[in-house]
Design a protein around this ligand. Structure first.
Ligand code: BV8
Ligand code: ZN
Length: 244
């Protein structure tokens, strides 16, 4: 895979690089992206309809079972070469920051030290009423357990549509974006807000935005586009920059 020499030079001399990932970085690990049609039992549900507080209030059992199904699916997948390449870049770039929209833990499993999760984690639970953190439970538990403090229902500690993003991760991501020399935006449809603004904030502050995606996205116009799958492009980029 060929890269523009100017891009390689810039990455060789950059220290403040922000990696911004979406569901596409986990696609080659076998995790369906939000855009992919759901399978089996969940084929006739749209994620956007289930990942909302209203859906949980209306039918907690169904929403809980959807997350338990996703946890079972997530438990069986492993990081792919894209996750490993990002972790290898981070190991060489002490000031690198990884911001992810994903709720899986594949970046952590690939060795990324401190991914910033803008949308929470499907492996953390909290009380839907008082918000305290609740322990993980076996992924085959069919009904949400009750909060030991207030009796409220347990829910996954993810950000649902219509919910605000956690302030600290959001601020950390914006701070990294405004200081970034380069943002590498990987596997995101750039349609979910406000997360999708992170590359734009960096661009407006003068950063180069590189986008890795086999498909066009609304980010195309502000990015240097590397059309391809993350699992192929990122290891090739790593080799071109560091000769690894
Ligand atoms: C908020 C956790 C306000 C849950 C998620 C109208 C216009 C604009 C915005 C809105 C609007 N109406 C409503 C909104 C706001 C809404 C929003 O953006 N909606 C969109 C859908 C229009 N946003 C919100 O509601 C946010 N909150 O605004 O709150 C507020 C503020 C203050 C106080 C109170 C309230 C909250 C959004 C967070 C939602 N939660 N996840 C869960 O997972 O169950 S987001 C969820 O979707 C995923 O986590 C992921 O982050 C996102 C999907 O985006 P991507 O990661 O980009 O994935 P996607 O499938 O879309 O695309 C995959 C890409 O990968 C594709 O481009 C594909 O080509 C590419 N790809 C595929 N294979 C590969 C690949 N790339 C590389 N390699 C490959 N092999
Ligand atoms: Zn509670």
């Amino acid at each position: 895979m060929e890269f523009a020499p100017a891009l390689i030079e810039q990455l060789r001399h950059a220290s403040r690089v922000v990696f911004f990932t979406g569901a596409g970085v986990s696609a080659e690990s076998g995790l369906p992206t939000f855009r992919d049609a759901q399978t089996g039992l969940w084929a006739n549900y749209k994620p956007q309809d289930l990942a909302t507080p209203e859906a949980f209030a209306r039918d907690p059992q169904t929403v809980w079972r959807w997350y338990q199904w996703r946890r079972r699916v997530h438990a069986d997948v492993t990081p792919n070469p894209a996750h490993h390449a990002i972790a290898a870049f981070e190991a060489r770039l002490p000031e690198a920051v990884l911001v992810t929209q994903n709720v899986d833990r594949l970046h952590e499993l690939a060795g990324s030290p401190a991914p910033i999760h803008l949308h929470g984690s499907v492996f953390r639970n909290k009380c839907a009423s008082c918000g305290i953190e609740m322990p993980e439970v076996p992924h085959d538990l069919e009904t949400p357990p009750a909060c030991p403090d207030c009796g409220g229902l347990c829910r996954p500690d993810v950000v649902w549509f219509g919910e605000g993003l956690p302030p600290a991760p959001w601020q950390a991501a914006v701070d990294a974006a405004v200081k970034a020399e380069v943002v590498i935006s990987i596997g995101t449809s750039a349609t979910v807000h406000p997360a999708a603004r992170i590359p734009l904030v960096a661009r407006e502050a003068g950063a180069l935005v590189v986008q890795v995606n086999p498909e066009p996205t609304p980010q195309d116009k502000i990015a240097l586009n590397l059309r391809g799958k993350a699992g192929a492009v990122l290891p090739a980029l790593l080799a071109a920059v560091w000769g690894e």
